[in-house]
Each structure stands twice: as C-alpha cells, then as structure tokens.
Design a protein around this ligand. Structure first.
Ligand code: HEM
Length: 283
C-alpha cells in the first residue's frame, strides 16, 4: 500500500509539538546511553563489554554516564507531566476531559475492537481498522515508558542511594532491587528495540523510518491513510486548517534521517549483542 508523499511545497499536518519532539529526542539519547552503559555492566564478561567499556572510559566512568543519563530521563518525565497539566489547563479544561475525552491516552473499548480488527486485517478477513489520534499500540508503548520509569527508575534510585534507602528497608532488598532493575531493563531494551521499532518504523507502511517524531509533521495523505478517524474529526470540527504548517527544508530532513538511522542501528546492535551474550556466553 503506497502512501502518496506530499510535494515539498504542500502544507503538512502538525502531529507533535516542538516540546514533545525535543523530549522524545532527549529520551532517545538518554535511553541509548542507559542501555549501552547498563548492558556493559550486565554483560561485563563478553568481549563487546570490554571494548565498549574502554570506549566509555572504563566501567567506573560507564557508571557515571549511567547516572547522568538517568537524571535526564527523570527530567523529561517530569517535564512531560508538567506539559500534560499545562495542556489540560489551556486546551481541554479538566483532567476528566483529558483522561476520558476522544483523544485519551487511556485504553478504551474501541482499542480492543481495533486490536481484534487488526488481527482480522492481518489474516485478510476484514478492512484495516479506522484508527484515531492514538492507536492501541501507541498507547501501549506510552504506558510501557511510565511503567519503566516507576520500576526501573525506583530500583535504580535504590542502587544509587543504597545507604539512604537501607535506613528504611532491609539490606537484602538491595539485592532484590538489583535483580528487578537488571531484568526489567533487559525487558525494556528488548521491547523498545524490537516491538517499538517495528511498530513505528519497520512496518510496511512506514518502512524504513517514520520521521514524524523528529519533524512533528506528516502529509495529509499519510494522515488520511494512517489515522482516518482523526482526519474525519479534524475536517468535521474545522480544525484541520489550524494545524497545517510548512514542511521542513531538506537539510532538516537529512539531519533527522541521520539521527534516526544512528538510533535504529545502535538499538538493533544492542539486541544482537544481548542475544549473543545470552545464547553463547551466559553466566
Ligand atoms: C532511570 C533511572 C535509572 C537509574 C537511577 C539507574 C541507576 C542504576 C545504578 C545506580 C546502577 C548500578 C551501576 C553501578 O553500580 O555502577 C544501575 C545498573 C544497571 N542499569 Fe540502571 N538506572 C536507571 C535506568 C536504567 C535503564 C533505563 C536501563 C536500561 C535500559 C538500565 C540498565 C541497567 C543495567 C542493565 C544495570 C546493570 C545491572 C546488573 O549489574 O545486572 N538502567 N542502574
């Protein structure tokens, strides 16, 4: 299914704000740094960890990079919560409207219907579901980050400030926190660099890369195909015009491509390294 790309002069639909895009780029850099330094510690017995730890300035310095990246991760999390509260005030009015309105990030009955509809579509037994502002897999990926921040973040803080935390919790729990942190991190890395990469970039409609998270914009044709319900609602409410913006010049798109490819290649390489470590070198 070929989606018509817009001509360089045609206006595009703005899907993500500048702040959303900036936070996502910081999250990519921070997550990649956490994954690279964390996995270097976890799989320290592999040859790759030795090479990487040299590049990172040694295992101790990898630990410092890990902590600095963690601070950025917490920073973007709180910036996002602040942005949500501000949008609630400015655009939707109340938490109820934000959480239960038509563009909610929470799962609804329609998400379940879309999920079942997608399975039928994969098997050629029905049409592609009419997705709205957020698809069920986008919602899932969004909450995976929330879950990760709580579980990986909280256990990471316990490892970082273990003397402080053991004033309240038994010492053995630090060992448990290490297992939780390490295994949940493995799950997060495995999920982001396979399922999330496939859903956003590698599925046939977007292959090999969807730049929308970097540019914030997509062609109207793409919106119509990808999110037909959102398109219909925008046309009916007369809000489409308000959200149309000029496309970025080719130099910006090139920079976005280079950054995107670097992230994709790093992520997929980390997955190959993990599989190698677990199959051939596991201790
Ligand atoms: C966001 C908050 C995070 C904090 C505060 C944090 C903190 C820490 C700390 C203090 C350590 C021990 C490192 C050392 O002793 O030098 C550690 C280890 C580790 N971290 Fe994190 N981390 C965070 C997020 C992440 C993320 C997102 C990942 C993976 C994507 C990750 C993967 C790992 C791994 C694999 C280890 C090694 C565990 C082991 O020895 O088996 N961390 N982390």
């Amino acid at each position: 299914m070929e989606i018509q790309q817009s001509s360089p002069m045609e206006k595009q639909y703005q899907r993500f704000s500048r702040l959303n895009r900036t936070l996502h780029i910081i999250m990519i850099v921070s997550f990649m740094s956490l994954a690279l330094t964390g996995m270097t510690l976890k799989f320290s017995y592999t040859g790759w960890a030795v090479i990487l730890s040299h590049l990172l300035g040694g295992f101790e310095s990898a630990g410092y990079i890990h902590r600095v990246a963690a601070v950025f991760m917490f920073g973007i999390f709180f910036a996002h919560i602040y942005d949500l509260a501000r949008n609630k005030r400015k655009e939707v009015g109340s938490w109820k409207a934000l959480l239960f309105g038509p563009n909610t990030m929470l799962f609804t009955k329609k998400d379940w219907q879309d999920f079942v509809g997608s399975l039928k579509w994969f098997l050629n037994r029905g049409p592609r579901p009419e997705f709205g502002r957020w698809t069920y897999w986008e919602k899932f990926d969004y909450f995976a980050v929330f879950w990760g921040i709580f579980v990986i973040g909280a256990s990471g803080l316990m490892l970082w400030f273990s003397e402080f935390f053991t004033l309240f919790i038994p010492g053995w729990f630090i060992n448990v926190a290490t297992i939780i942190h390490s295994d949940e991190a493995l799950l997060a890395v495995g999920f982001i660099f396979t399922v999330h990469f496939f859903n956003t970039h590698l599925r046939p409609e977007k292959f090999p890369m969807d730049l929308v998270i970097f540019t914030g914009r997509l062609s109207i044709e793409e919106l119509k195909f990808d999110k037909p319900l959102e398109y219909k609602e925008l046309v009916e409410s007369g809000k489409l015009e308000e959200r149309l913006v000029e496309p970025y010049p080719p130099i910006v798109l090139r920079a976005a491509h280079i950054f995107g490819w670097a992230a994709l290649i790093t992520g997929i390489s980390i997955v190959i390294w993990i599989v190698y470590a677990m199959v051939f070198a596991y201790r």
